[in-house]
Design a protein around this ligand. Structure first.
Ligand code: ATP
Length: 364
């Protein structure tokens, strides 16, 4: 029997509620699968760790993650710590340190979910957004000087490398090629950003030649927001820079019903380092500790994790269980207009997984 070593990093806010729920789902699944099991290790990194140690994670923390098969991550964010410290000290440190350069964000309207677009049928919105995850606007290059003086100056440099752009575009073309419609939209802003984004466009045209069976087009990021709302069915796979895709994928999640549903995979495609899976939402302090957090984004992230491990059958079982539960309005959390709690949704998904077990579940 295979043992998958999974690092659990709940982080902050509702991450502490949804990640244990995700672990319950994986444990329930493993009890009915005879070919694999999980070994979990919990890492208490995040805001509380920062208050104790002055950093979001230990200096050698990445070493502890390198031996894992995958990472399940909650969120980083704390009302007492500036956002750029929580983000750079944990999530970005892991994504960049483990070279998880492809951030993959599937979006579709799950059964039972009422999206905000009046004329959009569920089959019209089935996207995967690929976000460049290690450079661009998040390169961290820049600085401040003359702080506090009238002549204060600050810069954030968006840095794009040919190697970085090529590998993310190639990843996106390959992903588009693997999907039925073989359709890719490359998001750009080369009308205004006339250096790096022009290189981005040129590389897109070069890489496209390797994928003659993929139909592709280019769209300015501002126009893309309108197209997502007005012509959702014209999109399938979408690739964009770090910041552009960050914004577009929050819009995508909202159009699909709620930020609480959407998952993310931070992939190191070469598998030199472990990949990390997380719900798209943040720490949501307004609902923290109230049992109101929608755990579906984490469960869908678990599906992506299982797919990445090559456990596609198990991944489908979890996805079916999620869809079975979202189809029931009584099991909708508050973000979806319902009254269900995190625990109730988790129990419902776990019972559905147990109900579809091939062999009887062993007791916990
Ligand atoms: P951060 O600063 O860490 O990104 P945030 O609170 O600014 O966190 P999000 O956590 O992304 O931003 O959430 C925005 C709002 O969406 C929250 O205030 C919350 O009400 C709602 N929300 C997000 N995730 C969920 C969820 N899983 N379940 C229910 N509501 C959610």
């Amino acid at each position: 029997m295979k043992t998958y070593r999974i690092a659990m990093i709940p982080g902050d806010g509702i991450g502490k509620e949804v990640i244990p729920a995700g672990q319950k789902v994986l444990e329930t699944l493993a009890r009915s699968e005879s070919s694999f099991q999980f070994e979990f290790e919990n890492f208490d990194w995040g805001g509380d760790y920062f208050r104790r140690h002055g950093s979001m994670m230990p200096a050698n923390g990445l070493d502890a993650l390198c031996g894992k098969d995958a990472i399940l991550f909650g969120s980083a964010g704390d009302p007492e710590i500036p956002d750029h410290i929580t983000l750079w000290g944990l999530r970005l440190k892991i994504c960049q340190g483990l070279d998880q350069y492809a951030n993959v964000r599937p979006t579709r309207i799950l059964p039972g979910i009422d999206g905000p677009l009046k004329r959009c049928r569920p089959e019209d919105l089935n996207w995967v957004i690929v976000r460049e995850n290690t450079e661009g606007e998040y390169s961290g290059v820049g600085g401040r000087m003359h702080q506090g003086h009238p002549i204060e100056v600050a810069t954030d440099l968006s840095l794009m490398t040919r190697a970085g752009v090529e590998r993310i575009l190639r990843f996106a073309f390959r992903l588009a090629q693997s999907r039925p419609r073989k359709l890719l939209t490359v998001i750009t802003k080369s009308n205004a950003q006339r250096h790096a984004m022009v290189m981005w466009d040129e590389i897109a045209a070069q890489v496209a030649k390797e994928f003659p069976d993929v139909t592709w087009d280019k769209e300015l990021v501002d126009a893309a927001t309108a197209r997502m709302v007005n012509r959702p069915a014209s999109l399938d796979t979408i690739v964009a820079t770090n910041l552009h895709a960050d914004i577009l994928s929050d819009l995508a999640a909202a159009l699909a019903g709620s930020l609480g549903i959407a998952p993310t995979a931070n992939i190191n495609p070469e598998r030199i380092y472990p990949s990390m899976f997380e719900p798209i939402h943040g720490s949501a302090f307004d609902i923290m500790g109230k049992g109101l957090a929608n755990p579906v984004g984490t469960f869908w992230s678990v599906v992506l994790l299982l797919d990445h491990l090559g456990e596609t059958g198990a991944a489908q079982r979890v996805m079916k269980a999620i869809e079975h539960v979202t189809a029931n309005p009584l099991l909708h959390t508050r973000d979806l207009g319902g009254n269900a709690t995190t625990v109730q949704v988790t129990e419902a998904v776990c019972s559905e997984i147990a109900a579809t077990a091939k062999s009887p579940l062993t007791t916990a």
